[in-house]
Ligand binder design. Structure first.
Ligand code: AMP
Length: 427
């Protein structure tokens, strides 16, 4: 019988060493931006109580209904792998009494999420998100600043032609009127909707606006728009957000059908796309960033009424685009290679490597090898300036050869002077 290979689970991927520099670059840019805007890092568990997402993200959302990995533990708890960060961060804010800190509380995050989705380009079942949350401030300037921070993060990573899609989905005062009008509109066209949208019509007609099915997209283009239903408060909030974006000269596009897939958003919602084909050709299926205001969420999770705003960027999507922009990373190769032969030389090599580590001098080696010729060939391939050779004779005499790879000149020095001699050659 043929043995089956064990592979990574569908939709989950390894981040191999050659890709790590891209992830590192994103992380570094994120850290610098977070530091500049004075955000503190937060880590929350990868698993949370299932109820957190049912209540927070919303039980009628695709994320909770179709995409969440949930399970019962041996102890009988019902938990879920987190499909998004915001509910966990809000839980933590409430649980640790962060409302007692000076407000707003500004946190940033980075880590893996899990969604049982149909895998395709830029869509995984395990992926990383990073982002920012500002909790405890209702001012529209915060919405604009969150957008600006993500925009700057992408700019730092050399993204060009970025486009911000923005909308307001009102609040619990005005949205019910809009939902009713939307439900009416779709009820008359129910037969033309996909089966998911027929279900959405009963549960939450706003979700239909999020559907990517061609036929539903066509019907939605004539649907009523939230902007016409905003109450005074939401309208004025949205107007101010747009004014701040104008002030910052950020390129945005009003998208009346942008609702985002999650229940808790109020007022501002936004997404950021990279537009490589000009504004007309924006690929609407590949947002790099998504976010918005969520003034009602903390209360839903049994906290005090606390306004908040934030967003998240998909790290894999950023990395995929970075890969197109940066073809390789310059690595700082070690300048020294340690070649050795025999057990005694290996023992002395191990000690020498430790002495060099203390001095922060990087050294390449292939300690498992014995052939000096092979080792020196490796040293040549790496392109080191010097090879250090500890053969059997040198090991016996407590010496080491330092060979200049360019000139071939060799010096034999006492092993206890090796580090000092190596340091001289760095200068
Ligand atoms: P969301 O949490 O759905 O608003 O998504 C925010 C960002 O995360 C998106 O703009 C994407 O960049 C990224 N993202 C969402 N879902 C996935 C996924 N399944 N695979 C990879 N990236 C994703």
């Amino acid at each position: 019988m043929k043995r089956q290979r064990i592979t990574a689970p569908t939709g989950m991927h390894d981040i191999l060493p050659d890709m790590q520099p891209y992830y590192k670059k994103v992380y570094k840019a994120l850290e610098d931006i977070a530091d500049f805007y004075d955000f503190q890092k937060i880590d929350t568990p990868i698993v949370e109580q299932l109820e957190l997402f049912e209540k927070g993200t919303g039980s009628s959302t695709d994320v909770v209904q179709k995409q969440m990995y949930s399970f019962k533990t041996k102890g009988g708890d019902t938990l879920a792998l987190r499909p998004e960060f915001t509910p966990g961060i809000c839980r933590s804010y409430i649980e640790h009494g962060m409302f007692n800190l000076p407000q707003p509380v500004k946190v940033w995050f980075y880590g893996p999420l899990f969604r049982y989705e149909r895998p395709q380009a830029g869509r995984y079942r395990q992926f990383n998100q990073c982002g920012f949350e500002i909790i405890g401030d209702e001012n529209p300037v915060i919405d604009a600043q969150v957008i600006q921070i993500f925009y700057n993060l992408l700019k730092e990573l050399k993204f060009k032609n970025l486009m911000i899609e923005i909308n307001s989905i009102g609040d619990n005062q005005c949205r019910p009127y809009y939902k009713k009008s939307l439900a009416n509109y779709f009820k008359y066209r129910e037969a033309q909707l996909c089966s998911d949208c027929r279900r959405r019509l009963k549960e939450n007609p706003l979700r239909i606006l999020d559907c990517k099915e061609e036929k539903c997209q066509r019907i939605k283009s004539q649907a009523p728009q939230m902007i016409d239903y905003l109450c005074e408060g939401c309208k004025s909030h949205f107007k101010k957000v747009l004014e701040f974006l104008d002030e910052l000269e950020l390129p945005y596009h009003l998208n009346p059908f942008l609702v985002r897939g999650l229940d808790y958003y109020t007022k501002t919602v936004f997404e950021i796309f990279e537009d490589s084909k000009g504004t007309e050709g924006v690929n609407l299926n590949s947002a790099l960033v998504g976010g918005g205001r969520y003034d009602a969420l903390i209360k839903v999770l049994f906290g005090k009424d606390t306004p908040a705003c934030g967003g998240a960027a998909g790290v894999e999507r950023i990395v995929e685009s970075l890969k197109e922009k940066i073809k390789g990373f310059s690595v700082s190769n070690p300048k020294f290679f340690l070649a050795q032969l025999g057990t005694m030389a290996k023992r002395k090599s191990l000690r020498l490597i430790e002495e060099l580590r203390v001095e922060k001098i990087k050294i390449a080696e292939t300690l498992g090898r014995d052939s000096l010729k092979t080792q020196l060939r490796t040293a040549g391939r790496i392109g080191v300036d010097y090879a250090l050779i500890l053969g059997q004779r040198e090991a016996l005499e407590d010496t080491i050869i330092i060979r200049n790879m360019a000139t071939g000149k060799q010096d034999t020095v006492k092993l206890n002077k090796a580090v000092a001699e190596i340091k001289k050659r760095i200068k």
